[in-house]
Design a protein around this ligand. Structure first.
Ligand SMILES: [Zn+2]
Length: 270
């Protein structure tokens, strides 16, 4: 008779986040990334690119053999926090690093740490970091009774000690109202101020009622989107009106704007 095979429970990433938040005694925002790494006995250290001969694009690494996370010296506090938790996301998923040779590092740059990375492993680590920062469903219950607008997004971002844009994304994704966040970035081939539409995130009800994606398009130079990018950082008083054809009818969507050094973000709430 064969010995019984022992069944194992499957832990999801969300279970691991819940466990780490409890173990680090994180019962309200903000999340402290260093408290989470301490629970796992991971060391976090700053690095300079020349010491490991790394490309200047590298923002963070995981060195599992030494239980070490490295963070580039020049990162802002919000990026440092996100990058640490992204590396923790890789660490708690053995499938992310078990094929590394001893003393090899898992490297992350601007691309892999970007919100819209399409590599499954990086999406998983980014989702893990966001779930830690926004404390799973805690964020949704905090924002569910508030109207979504840039002033409230900024207030909640301060509470969770994270960036306004990361907060806007999370809020739109979990919102019950019809809302969308459109991202405009500088045109790659142009050294002037011109911008183009890059991509959007929308709530389920927005996608069901209006649209889920738009084709790429350029923003005319006279647009307030370009003005916001040129003249502002942060919350602006500027609002663009975007005409979109929905079900053969042109609708004008109001889009208050938020500007960063990397692009402009338009928030549609219908
Ligand atoms: Zn990564």
């Amino acid at each position: 008779m064969q010995e019984p095979v022992k069944a194992e429970a499957e832990f999801t990433n969300k279970d691991i986040v819940r466990f780490l938040l409890e173990k680090s005694k994180t019962f309200e925002p903000p999340t402290n990334a260093d408290a989470i790494t301490s629970c796992l006995e991971l060391k976090v250290r700053w690095f300079s690119h020349h010491e490991h001969n790394l490309s200047p694009k590298i923002r963070a690494y995981l060195l599992p053999a030494r239980l070490e996370i490295g963070i580039a010296r020049n990162l802002s506090p919000h990026r440092r926090k996100f990058s640490i938790l992204h590396e923790v996301g890789h660490y708690v998923n053995p499938g992310h690093w078990e094929s590394l040779a001893a003393n090899d590092m898992l490297l992350d740059d601007d691309k892999t740490l970007r919100d819209y990375s399409v590599v499954a492993r990086e999406m998983e680590a980014n989702r893990f970091a966001a779930d830690c920062i926004f404390q799973l469903d805690r964020f949704q219950s905090d924002v569910s009774k508030l109207p979504i607008n840039w002033a409230n997004i900024s207030m909640i971002a301060r509470l969770y000690d994270t960036s306004v844009i990361a907060t806007a994304r999370r809020w739109v994704e979990c919102s019950n109202v019809a809302c969308a966040l459109l991202i405009f970035v500088p045109s790659p081939s142009d050294d002037s101020d011109s911008l183009r539409y890059s991509y959007m995130i929308a709530s389920d009800s927005f996608k069901e009622t209006y649209f889920a994606r738009l084709p790429k398009f350029d923003i005319p130079n006279g647009s307030v989107v370009v003005q916001a990018f040129r003249d502002s950082i942060g919350y602006t008083d500027l609002c663009e009106q975007l005409p979109v054809e929905v079900n053969k009818q042109v609708r004008h969507f109001d889009m208050p704007l938020f500007a960063t050094p990397y692009g402009v973000y338009g928030l549609m709430v219908v």
